[in-house]
Design a binder for this molecule. Structure first.
Ligand SMILES: [Zn+2]
Length: 116
């Protein structure tokens, strides 16, 4: 690109002109980042997952994860959302495994007791 002050051909990634020291368009981009919103949905999902509210946590975390991909959030809360989904899935998986094994043990005990 060319310096808007002195017109010298300078590097496209330069933030200031090496010839005259005036800020380029890159400097303007770097100093005015998009205002990032806090992704409270992702954080809420993560906290609820820790507290054991797994289905609600899973839903909030998925919403939070999709929110974090929106430009206004600028990736905020992505880590919390992924952690919330993982924790909620582990809890739900444990409940399913425990539920199956408990009912299997229950059936065996009933069978042994001559209930069938
Ligand atoms: Zn210049």
């Amino acid at each position: 690109m060319f310096c808007k002050n002195c017109g010298k051909d300078i590097d496209d990634s330069a933030v200031v002109c090496p010839n005259c020291g005036v800020a380029t368009d890159n400097m303007a981009k770097n100093t005015t980042p998009a205002p990032a919103q806090k992704n409270s949905m992702a954080l809420a999902g993560f906290i609820l997952a820790l507290l054991g509210f797994n289905l609600i946590a899973l839903i909030l975390s998925i919403v939070g994860l999709s929110n974090s991909k929106k430009p206004e959030y600028a990736g905020d809360g992505k880590g919390f959302a992924i952690a919330g989904i993982v924790i909620a899935c582990i809890y739900i998986g444990l409940f399913i495994i425990l539920g199956i094994s408990c009912s299997a043990v229950g059936c065996a005990a009933l069978g042994a007791a001559g209930a069938y």
